[in-house]
Write a protein that binds this ligand. Sequence first.
Ligand code: ZN
Length: 134
Amino acid sequence: MCKEKLLSREEFNEQVFKRDNHKCVMCGEPAVDAHHILDRKLFKDGGYYLSNGSSVCSDCHYKCEKTTISVEDVREACGITEPILPEGLQEGVVYDKWGNEVLENGFRNKGVLFNDDGVQKILKKAGLIYLFFH
Ligand SMILES: [Zn+2]
């Protein structure tokens, strides 16, 4: 797998918005954020790669953070066919935005960020914590 270029935060924002024509890839509203499809904390280098970014409006961004919009749906909406994965995540495995494994039955396995305060907060808000106890 060829490793793509790591961008600065500014380049990331610029290139992601440009690729997506400054529109939210999910609903077509004007984009306000360049979203990290897989969270930047999963990457040792910050994860500012074009194929890890998507342009989103604030509503859709929140849904992505709550993981009610899946990583796969965002990638598809962006036309990303070769996603970049952080170290430790495996090709062919389905993950949510926070690097938790999504199982075929819908339940999830805890990833390395599961106990992170921010992740706990957003998953609780989304009402999805129960998916991890199975
Ligand atoms: Zn949107």
